[in-house]
Design a binder for this molecule. Structure first.
Ligand SMILES: [Zn+2]
Length: 181
């Protein structure tokens, strides 16, 4: 059984102590992600994170976060199951670091996580950012797999009729009859 992780963490302290966090983060507090999910989706996100110095010696967070999400299809509004998996690679950066070494965090190629000395950060915010990066631009069933009626599809895409290549023949017809006169 996975344990629920604390809502607030102190990233710099965890990184100095070389701590790991393994467990579950609830989706309930992820207010930017929630509107994309089918209501009542409560599995949560599994995370396996390690806090400590990265390759360049800078304190950071590394690990993985993954969740089986039920997204809403943008075409038929029914459920689309999606496995979201994120590689977490963050540099812990304070505003002071940013001023002293403006190129520092960028040079490491890792995303910066702004955090000040003694500051607590919502773990769900960090994980939500990671998940939003790996979601599809628009969640949809594969082409033709939505379970909606044909009638609905025809009213939804009226431009199909205008693009009918045979429409031009209808325009040509009167000209032909003029020639024959
Ligand atoms: Zn669909």
């Amino acid at each position: 059984m996975l344990r629920d992780l604390p809502e607030l963490i102190y990233p710099l302290e965890l990184a100095r102590a070389g701590r790991s966090l393994r467990g579950r983060v609830t989706l309930a507090r992820m207010h930017r992600l929630q509107p994309l999910l089918v209501e009542g989706d409560s599995q949560g996100v599994e995370v396996d994170l390690w806090f400590g110095p990265n390759d360049s010696g800078h304190l950071g967070i590394q690990g993985r976060a993954w969740a089986d999400l039920n997204l809403i299809c943008q075409r038929c509004l029914k459920t689309v199951p999606f496995r979201a998996e994120s590689e977490v690679r963050l540099d812990l950066v304070s505003a002071e670091d940013g001023q002293a070494h403006p190129s520092g965090p960028m040079a490491s190629g890792l995303d910066p996580l702004m955090v000040e000395e003694g500051e607590a950060v919502a773990l769900s915010d960090i994980i939500e950012d990671e998940l939003l990066l790996v979601l599809p631009m628009a969640s949809m069933h594969p082409e033709g797999a939505c379970r909606i009626s044909r009638k609905y599809l025809e009213t939804e895409f009226p431009q199909d009729k205008r693009e009918n290549p045979f429409a031009v023949l209808v325009v040509d017809k009167p000209m032909h009859s003029n020639h024959e006169e």
